[in-house]
Design a protein around this ligand. Structure first.
Ligand code: ADP
Ligand code: MG
Length: 259
């Protein structure tokens, strides 16, 4: 059984422009903050006029915690993740990740932050078809020019139950197996924070459940922070906190106490 309780929104710090290190990276009386979004807005131009898809969103995520972002299709979940990962620029507002103001970095700087601090899991797996499972998992570490990627990739594939699939190509794996390769790949650079966008969205319930188990097992073993966009109530129910979006705005932010 789970009890739901409302958590008061933390007091908003006034937005002071692109100043770096203007607020302490500590959650109220507890763990340090790994991700801090302040007054994020994203507006796209469209034929019918400007379209605001993320509207004045502020929240912060404690290091080591798990958070699900839920909401109807089109409510801005993927856009919000893109903003938090520095893949998209906000029209206004600010994102700090591990103390770094993403807006104050250039494109190379943001790419470095993504490679060094962030892991991604995608709904459509996004494995490289010409690489084996092992090579897919090794790729982000090799991109950093680090040696011995295989020595770190093998135990990760073991942890997701694919120790006997190292030399399979993506097309020789089931959807659930491909996503578990995707999980192992997301953890190879020991990210501080992992963003997953509908990681079970392309899987049936049973296969999705296996992926969820692997995701939380890896998360526990590596003490990373997990931010998961999902429609899957089982997956959302595993997170310590659920942020609900509607039409680009936060409509609720609940901490879930397991008992
Ligand atoms: P969700 O992930 O919750 O389904 P998205 O963040 O993908 O929502 O999209 C939110 C809204 O923003 C949708 O209405 C979508 O059409 C619009 N949108 C997303 N990306 C773009 C873009 N590059 N240009 C214009 N509109 C976009
Ligand atoms: Mg989406």
């Amino acid at each position: 059984m789970k009890a739901y309780r409302y958590v008061a929104q933390p007091q908003r710090t006034p937005f002071t422009g692109p100043k770096v290190n203007s607020s302490p990276d500590t959650a109220a009386g507890s763990r340090p903050v790994i991700l801090d979004a302040q007054r994020l807005t994203k507006t796209y131009p469209s034929a019918a006029g400007p379209l605001t898809v993320v509207r004045d969103i502020s929240f912060s995520i404690a290091a080591g915690s798990t958070c699900a972002i839920v909401g109807p299709s089109g409510s801005g979940k993927t856009t919000l993740l893109g903003l938090c990962a520095g893949l998209e620029h906000p029209t206004s507002g600010r994102v700090r990740l591990d103390g770094l103001d993403l807006g104050a970095l250039d494109e190379d700087g943001r790419a470095r932050v993504r490679n060094e601090k962030i892991g991604f899991v995608f709904q459509s797996f996004q494995l490289i078809p010409t690489l084996t499972a092992l090579e897919n998992v090794m790729a982000p570490m090799e991109l950093r020019g680090q040696k011995n990627a295989a020595a770190r990739a093998r135990p990760l594939l073991d942890q997701v139950g694919l120790g006997a699939r190292l030399s399979h190509f993506p097309l020789q794996l089931s959807g659930g197996e491909q996503q578990r390769v995707g999980l192992a790949r997301a953890f190879i650079n020991q990210p501080k924070i992992l963003f997953a966008d509908e990681p079970t969205g392309n899987l049936d319930a049973e296969t999705g459940a296996l992926v969820i188990e692997s995701l939380f097992a890896l998360n526990a073993a590596h003490a990373t922070t997990l931010v998961i966009v999902t429609h899957d109530s089982e997956l959302a129910g595993r997170a310590q906190r659920v942020i609900r979006l509607k039409a680009g705005a936060i409509v609720s932010d609940q901490e879930i106490t397991q008992r």
